[in-house]
Design a protein around this ligand. Structure first.
Ligand SMILES: Cc1cc2nc3c(=O)[nH]c(=O)nc-3n(C[C@H](O)[C@H](O)[C@H](O)COP(=O)(O)OP(=O)(O)OC[C@H]3O[C@@H](n4cnc5c(N)ncnc54)[C@H](O)[C@@H]3O)c2cc1C
Length: 476
């Protein structure tokens, strides 16, 4: 048997169920394949260069890992998902493969693409083997007593942990078995610029910050677990500190698996999933937020269509305010925490979680602009873009999604700033034009007589904007 392994959001050779199974079952070698879909990524899925560049560099690193296991990675470019089934079939025919192996994905377009691939392979009399990989437990398998999917995080988390404690503990798989002889030859991997549709000058493309490859992801995970994990609960919200793992680009592209992260945290916590070191337990909870959004995306196709998770908020009359949207995007709102966060995003391709919540609530509540507009900007600029987490985070912040709290949760940007960056270290780093202000004035410069002229005044008044948002969300 010769296997074709199709890589997508699982760009690694360790703990990769489809690759592992293919390498164990194959008797005549394994061929790998990756299909780059520039139009689908750019036009339909709104990826920007930071994400495309990171994925392609990760594919190049994967190709090297595979070579070391006598597996050639073929790389095909097909503009749209519609072209993927035919492209895969022709690679399978060229190398006389007997079956295609891949790990499931859960967004709507991805599911349709995968069904089409399954169809053409079966029509051709070839095997199709699909595996679960992307979450700890397969989406659809964690349900309430009444058989419904969880739409609130805390009970979902408790159900996952109960299952773990009952002994259902998915292990990590070892590195895929090396093959005896390479079949075919590896293709060169294009860069983001080679694909033609991505902006080669885009900011936030930082190969220095986001080194590609499993070895690098593994050392990032180890360094975090052996160091910052212990204090994670206390430091994770302090956005001036490097208190989190910064593993999100690697998890989003599948360079590291959630099981590898979970087991690393459990090893540091004597195997306990909900007791012991508070840092480890809190980090496990955050990993489960990622799973939660994957489970929701799998269960609710409307989330892939850009619709509100809670239909009752279809009534909200969002503002059509291009000027305000541009000010938010271009870090000109006059609220230092919002503007510094947007600069972090544009300069590094990444933003701290607390800041993502602050800027998302600012756009959707203070400016009353549809969450879809913010979601799109994040898609274009994030290196760690993950559809389910991004959509989930935006809808949570806009109160149209899975937040258990009602719509009147509206973060005050000034108190968030004072609470989580009291000395203004983060603000001074990204807004050097404010660095002469003292720690008190820095968070709300308009209150100071020494506010620099170069920095804009606040685009909205917090109290007035809050009242406007409450009015817009309230039922008639
Ligand atoms: C508006 C908004 C948009 C977001 N967009 C994305 C996105 O496109 N891609 C993405 O990976 N995350 C997204 N998040 C979630 C979160 O902000 C990032 O995962 C986190 O900041 C990544 O940093 P880290 O790796 O240091 O996280 P850590 O704190 O070290 O957490 C470890 C991992 O757990 C997962 N995780 C942590 N918090 C969350 C969360 N709230 N929701 C889902 N997963 C979580 C991530 O995979 C993360 O890498 C978004 C959040 C919001 C509010």
């Amino acid at each position: 048997m010769r296997a074709l392994v199709w890589f997508r959001g699982d760009l690694r050779v360790r703990d990769n169920p489809a690759l592992h199974e293919a390498c164990s079952a194959a008797t005549r070698g394994v061929v790998g394949v990756f299909v780059a879909c520039p139009r689908q990524w750019h036009d339909a899925h709104e990826w920007g260069m930071p994400k495309a560049d990171f994925v392609l560099r990760s594919v190049a690193a994967l190709s090297e890992e595979l070579k070391g296991r006598e597996i050639a990675l073929r790389v095909v470019v097909e503009d749209w998902f519609e072209g993927v089934p035919g492209a895969l079939l022709s690679v399978a025919r060229e190398h006389e493969c007997d079956a295609v192996y891949f790990n499931n994905e859960y967004e709507l377009n991805e599911r349709r693409r995968d069904e089409a691939v399954e169809g053409v392979f079966e029509d051709e009399g070839l095997g199709v083997r699909r595996f679960h990989d992307l979450a700890v437990y397969p989406p659809g398998s964690v349900r309430t007593g009444e058989g419904r999917v969880y739409t609130v995080f805390s009970p979902f988390k408790r159900a996952c942990k109960a299952r773990w404690k009952d002994g259902d503990q998915p292990e990590t798989l070892p590195i895929a078995r090396a093959q005896n002889e390479m079949v075919g030859r590896a293709d060169p991997v294009p860069t983001g610029a080679d694909l033609g549709v991505f902006d080669a000058e885009a900011p936030g493309v930082r190969a220095d910050l986001w080194k590609a490859g499993e070895a690098h992801a593994g050392s990032r995970l180890r360094a975090f677990v052996e160091g910052r994990l212990r204090e994670y609960r206390d430091r994770r919200d302090a956005f001036a500190l490097n208190g989190t793992s910064t593993l999100s680009p690697y998890l989003a592209a599948g360079v590291v698996s959630v099981r590898q992260c979970l087991h690393a945290a459990l090893d540091a916590n004597q195997g306990r999933v909900d007791s012991g070191e508070k840092g480890a337990v809190t980090w496990i909870d955050e990993l489960l937020w990622r799973d939660f959004y994957k489970h929701l995306t799998a269960a609710m196709p409307r989330l892939s269509r850009g619709e509100n998770m809670k239909a009752e908020y279809d009534r909200v009359a969002w503002r059509d305010a291009e000027g305000d949207l541009a000010a938010w995007r271009e870090a000109r709102t006059g609220y230092p925490i919002v503007d510094a966060a947007m600069r972090q995003l544009h300069q590094t391709g990444w933003m701290h979680n607390r800041l993502r919540m602050v800027v998302a609530m600012f756009l959707t509540k203070h400016l009353l602009i549809h969450w879809r507009r913010g979601e799109e900007h994040f898609c274009r600029t994030l290196v760690d873009l993950d559809y389910a987490s991004n959509n989930g985070g935006w809808q949570w912040s806009a109160s149209t999604g899975a937040d258990a709290a009602p719509y009147f949760r509206i973060m005050n940007p000034i108190s968030q700033s004072r609470r989580y960056d009291p000395e203004g270290r983060f603000l001074r780093k990204f807004l050097p034009e404010l660095s002469t202000l003292d720690d008190t004035d820095l968070h709300a410069p308009w209150e100071s007589a020494r506010a620099p002229e170069a920095y804009p005044g606040p685009i909205v008044d917090h109290a007035a904007a809050r009242a406007r948002a409450l009015g817009a969300f309230k039922a008639d």
